[in-house]
Design a protein around this ligand. Structure first.
Ligand SMILES: Nc1nc2c(ncn2[C@@H]2O[C@H](COP(=O)(O)OP(=O)(O)OP(=O)(O)O)[C@@H](O)[C@H]2O)c(=O)[nH]1
Ligand SMILES: [Mg+2]
Length: 391
């Protein structure tokens, strides 16, 4: 029996391995069941053991593929509580099951309700509790554990997210900036899954950057790969928007968009996905400046990069965003040139630091307002205690 079970499990694992080869998993549905409580022993007043619970624990370096390899049937069961017996009046508690999941996981119940957000290494949450053991209060009958379907939804955690149309040079840039080794090719949709690289600075500071598959116009209506990868920029602190100086044309049947139109189109796709993304600081990289004719091209649009509002008069109606992105810097680059990569590296660091300082200043200001309000309240309280003044 055990042999048959092992063989079946082995073949399921094999199928899953083949299916997952090359596939990026960022969501996984699991069926969970807490352990059943053990029965009590009425004759001796014995209490059955509590059923074990299912937990999720975030662990650096784990992927959703690892979870699936471990639970190919997508079912996680905790141990049942032990029954009370003459030799062991208090039944032993059933074993807990701690499922290691990637950092950045959101645990969602059926219907999408958020159970927990495991965004730090080591953070854990209870996902399905065990049933209580049988005792005098429940006729000595152990209770079943909680049964629950959950979805694990992964949002990558990176400091910087790259947003651009296909072929703009996102992967070329990430490869030059960081330790990531994404595939680069001269056709669109080379990148089909997100990848995170780490940028190292001379003072050992590290900044993580996410290379994402290219967006296309109409991604909000599920064209191309749709918006499904944009969730991975939700937790970033900075957006690197990258456009090809010569614009982008998906195919002969699509309209060619120049680089200014590309910026508005990306702005609009971000807005249609989630307008709070527009509050993030953005750095615009105008790429492929080493190509012939690039200088003439940038001269046409340069004046609008500093004031996107002014450029709206050249924007086709269908691309006009309601709210414009916050461009902190505009840097013309060639992702193939080492010196220009250094410029980008410095700018990333500067903007991240500026924003962090701004946030600290705002927190300090809010705290000092709180302090002065507290002092005012104390003073008013004291005056009330002293009673009304005569005269
Ligand atoms: N001349 C020139 N070519 C570049 C530059 N940056 C990228 N390329 C070329 O542009 C093509 C696309 O580059 P990728 O880095 O794969 O572009 P991507 O934005 O990651 O594309 P997708 O993954 O399809 O979205 C490749 O042939 C690169 O060699 C650049 O600065 N100058
Ligand atoms: Mg790419």
């Amino acid at each position: 029996m055990v042999l048959i079970q092992n063989t079946l499990l082995g073949s399921a694992r094999k199928k899953i391995r083949t299916y997952l080869k090359g596939k990026f998993l960022d969501t996984l549905r699991l069926s969970l069941r807490g352990g059943h409580g053990g029965n009590g022993l009425p004759k001796y007043g014995g209490v059955g053991g509590q059923g074990g619970a299912v937990y999720f624990q975030a662990k650096e370096g784990t992927t959703l593929k690892d979870v699936l390899h471990k639970y190919p049937g997508k079912r996680v069961l905790a141990g049942n509580g032990e029954e009370s017996s003459k030799v062991r009046i208090l039944g032993r508690r059933g074993g807990d099951r701690a499922v290691e999941v990637p950092v950045g996981i959101r645990v969602l119940k059926e219907g999408g309700e958020l159970v927990a957000e495991l965004d730090e290494d080591g953070k854990s949450c209870l996902a399905a509790g065990g049933g209580s053991g049988g005792c005098s209060g429940n006729s000595f009958l152990g209770k079943p554990g909680q049964t629950r379907m959950v979805t694990l939804d992964l949002k990558l955690i990176a400091d910087v997210g790259l947003v651009g149309f296909p072929n703009a040079g996102k992967s070329t840039l990430v490869k030059a900036l960081s330790n990531a080794t994404p595939k680069i090719a001269s056709y669109p949709f080379t990148t089909i899954r997100p990848q995170i690289g780490t940028i190292e600075y001379d003072d050992y500071r590290q900044v993580t950057i996410a290379d994402l598959p290219g967006l296309i116009e109409g991604a909000h209506a599920n064209f191309g790969m749709g918006h499904k990868f944009l969730k991975h920029v939700e937790r970033t602190r900075l957006l690197l928007i990258i456009v090809d100086i010569f614009g982008f044309q998906l195919s002969q049947s699509h309209r060619k968009r120049n680089c200014l139109e590309n910026i508005y189109a990306l702005n609009r796709e971000l807005e249609l996905y989630d307008k709070t993304l527009l509050e993030k600081p953005c750095v615009l990289l105008v790429n492929k400046m080493d190509k012939e004719g690039a200088i003439d091209e940038i001269c046409k649009y340069d004046k609008y990069f500093g004031d996107l509002k002014d450029g709206l008069k050249h924007c086709p109606e269908e691309l006009v965003p309601r709210q414009l992105i916050n461009l902190e810097r505009v840097i013309p680059i060639s992702a193939k040139s080492v010196t220009e990569i250094d410029k980008v590296k410095r700018a990333i660091r500067e903007v991240l630091d500026e924003k962090a300082e701004e946030k600290l200043r705002e927190q300090d200001a809010a705290e000092s307002v709180d302090d002065s309000e507290r002092r005012d309240q104390q003073l008013r309280g004291k005056l009330r205690e002293q009673g009304p003044r005569i005269g």
